[in-house]
Design a protein around this ligand. Sequence first.
Ligand code: ADP
Ligand code: MG
Length: 331
Amino acid sequence: MTRDEQPLIGESQTFLEVLDEVSRVAPLDRPVLVVGERGTGKELIAERLHFLSGRWDRPLVKLNCGAISESLLESELFGHEAGAFTDASRSRQGRFELADGGSLFLDELATTSMNVQEKLLRVIEYGQYERLGSSTTREVDVRLIGATNVDLPALADENKFRADLLDRLAFDVITLPPLRHRREDIMPLAEHFAMRMTRELGRELFSGFSTKARDLLLNHRWPGNIRQLKNVVERAIYRHADPEQPVSGIQFDPFESPWRPDSDQDASPLNRQQQALPDDLRAYLDECEKSLVLQALTEHQGNQRNAADRLGLSYDQLRGIIKKHAIKVRR
Ligand SMILES: Nc1ncnc2c1ncn2[C@@H]1O[C@H](COP(=O)(O)OP(=O)(O)O)[C@@H](O)[C@H]1O
Ligand SMILES: [Mg+2]
């Protein structure tokens, strides 16, 4: 079972408090919302919630709402009858039906349409829904565990997320701290991933990290959090040739290369090779900050949440920078 393969590693006070909260809320038969930046372990926490609940021996069904189109999402969630739409030659069970008696993990909940949100509210409140193309009301008993990396209350304020669904989902909210706010967890996680990768490669021994590698790991911002740490460590282990020497080659960006296509090397002052020193460092850094935020906003069609995510910032931090530089943004 995944539970044995995927132990939850972490020793920081913040992380242990989160685990306590998970243990407290797990047995309650109420929806839970797991909030956190990408890669912070939302899915693993959802699994723990399920396995510590009374539903542990019933199915845990997962669905990423962000990965499929709206119409498909509805039929994935609620199922459909034959002929409900062009491709529906047979009837099919939805995820709610499959999760009956157990838990349903819905990732990237924020991306769901108002229509789907309305149906979700009904099934949470009354345990009732219909398959697409059917008028028969069905009943289910499912505990919903939602996950998101965006600020749902802010979306609700902008009428992009149903406030009543949010109230219902947020019986309890578990917020996972980003890795950069629990630095004590970095080395235990890194060593865990390193040993697992060493084993996977059939090597005898993990020789530890060099001091420099430790410093790099400890001081990185980890915008992609634990998922990114795992990739960086696995890559370092896999490229490490000499088992007698500690692992030292840490590369954060696998795309880093002088031959990278279209990398726009000259566009940003930060990338210029022989950089002339600025006369006013603060003003220079301010200018960089402004230009990079503008670039991120442009790349994400003005979507501030996505731009913040891309830059490893919280939405509020990005808003702060936008304000500071009086950057004009679409509302
Ligand atoms: N506390 C942890 N201990 C060990 N591995 C973890 C921990 N948290 C996350 N991971 C690993 O990090 C990766 C990302 O976790 P995941 O739950 O998918 O994050 P999210 O859903 O928030 O993007 C997965 O490979 C997961 O196994
Ligand atoms: Mg995930």
